[in-house]
Design a protein around this ligand. Structure first.
Ligand code: 4AD
Ligand code: MG
Length: 446
């Protein structure tokens, strides 16, 4: 008869019973001639397996390689006092078999992953790297945090939508668009689903999406990907202050929900020991204060002729000085009210200081910007001026413009880079480690 498979992560309730497990040989070691310990991994957890006597004398046992897949049947027992094993139990095998042997020698799993090699080797072998304890823990946290985001939005009354990735309009400037041939017409991979979310407001109220965004990035940095997962939300009948509060609440509530699950909390501690949820309210700072901060701390820009000069009001603050400021301040910052000229065409201007927009970037220590958001222009004339300022032909944007024509409403929203959010919480050096198969200039494989 077919023995039912028990998942390793669910063995807790089966102590003292006979079980059948399937998995991959994560690690193994022998102790004397008559004992071999395997650590099995099946994606739900790790399990110590003990092979004794004749079970470790067979040809299969003597040639067993890491990452071979196996089936093991035996008695699940609590580990003896003073010994440790994952879950506090081990499987004492009375039958086992190899299902798929992994190679030995030059093609052995560990030889393929020579960590001393160029980092691109590990990227080439990403499909094998995923099996490791760190990479798989990151992916598990990623799944838990995506679920927590969705729980936050569901409990706050947002509706999830799935906008298209193939588009004929830009959102964040023409210079980072990936263009392709769409049945003979020019089309792009989307940079942001924001414009589509805005059109949903009169139909669905507050909405959000989790979708891939694409940027043909010129910046080869540890926080830029060519394809990233973008969590975007749009809120209607709100003001700028409501928007800032909703962003804070998204970040803090998502983390609280994730940490409330002990397994997820343990994974986060494993990857980022000592991680603490940030305190509300976050520090709020205006762009103009950031320019002053840079001047006070003598952080200057390098001019084309190699000399340096202070940042002045109106300058875009690049990644390096922004990181320096954020790391020095050492806590989350809501950086607000950027000049209209350095921001996108759709951003609403401040009602008092017309030079600036009601915009916000959330900056986190060690990563920098993780969220960008703003109030949106609700006035038709102002939007047409925005298109003109950016040199955008309004024709293909008719559907976006129509929002201002058929019952305009004050609204705003934001986009959060999921890999950057993870890099911050899990203390990863680069967003590349937070993506299943990262895409960046020079890399589109595996
Ligand atoms: O600041 P961005 O460009 O804003 C927008 O796209 C808005 N339309 C979003 C909105 O309001 N709905 O991008 C938003 C976030 C950034 O803060 C960053 O976290 C992430 O997306 N991001 C990237 N992440 C990885 N690689 C890249 N190349 C990224 N570009 C932006
Ligand atoms: Mg931005």
């Amino acid at each position: 008869p077919k023995a039912t498979r028990s998942k390793i992560g669910k063995l807790g309730a089966l102590r003292g019973q006979r079980v059948t497990v399937f998995g991959w040989v994560h690690r193994q070691r022998t102790q004397g001639k008559d004992m071999r310990f395997l650590v099995l991994r099946d994606g739900t957890g790790y399990l110590q397996v003990v092979l004794t006597g004749r079970l470790c004398h067979t040809y299969e046992a003597l040639t067993l390689t890491a990452e071979s897949s196996v089936r093991v049947v035996g008695q699940l027992e609590a580990v003896p006092e003073g010994k440790s094993a994952p879950g506090g139990h081990e499987l004492v095998a009375d039958y086992w078999e190899v299902l798929g042997a992994a190679p030995s020698g030059e093609d052995a799993f560990n030889s393929r992953l020579n960590a001393d090699a160029d980092p691109s080797v590990l990227l080439d072998q990403r499909h094998l790297v995923l099996r490791g304890e760190t990479a798989s823990a990151v992916l598990r946290c990623r799944a838990a945090l995506l679920a927590a985001f969705r729980d936050h939005f569901a409990s706050s009354g947002y509706t999830e939508v799935t906008p298209p990735c193939m588009v004929q309009t830009q959102v964040e400037g023409g210079s980072t668009l990936f263009q392709f041939d769409y049945y003979g017409e020019k089309a792009y991979l989307t940079q942001s689903s924001q414009l589509y979310l805005e059109t949903c407001l009169p139909a669905l109220g507050d909405v959000y999406c989790v979708a891939e965004s694409y940027r043909a990035e010129k910046s080869h940095t540890r926080r830029h990907l060519s394809e990233y997962t973008h969590l975007e939300a749009e809120l209607v009948f709100v003001d700028f202050d409501d928007l800032l509060n909703s962003i804070e609440s998204l970040i803090c509530d998502t983390i609280d929900r994730a940490l409330a699950n002990p397994e997820v909390a343990a994974l986060i501690q494993q990857l980022n020991p000592g991680f603490k949820a940030p305190k509300r309210p976050f520090r709020r700072m205006d762009y103009s204060e950031a320019i002053e901060w840079l001047a006070e701390h003598k952080v200057e820009k390098t001019l084309p002729d190699g000399t340096t000069a202070p940042y002045v009001w109106g300058d875009d603050i690049p990644e390096a000085p922004e990181r320096l400021m954020t790391d020095t301040i050492g806590e989350p910052i809501l950086l607000c009210r950027f000049p209209a000229e350095i921001k996108s065409f759709y951003m609403k201007r401040d009602s008092v200081d017309r030079r600036v927009t009601e915009s916000v970037d959330v900056l986190m220590p060690n990563v920098g910007e993780i969220v960008g958001g703003s109030m949106r222009i609700s006035d038709m004339e102002e939007l047409l001026e925005g298109y003109a300022r950016e040199g955008i032909d309004p024709t293909p944007y008719y559907w976006f413009t129509d929002q201002r024509k058929y019952g305009t409403a004050e609204h705003g929203g934001y986009g959060l880079g999921v890999e950057r959010f993870l890099a911050w919480i899990l203390n990863r050096y680069t967003v590349r480690d937070c993506s299943l198969y990262p895409r960046f200039p020079g890399r589109c494989l595996p």
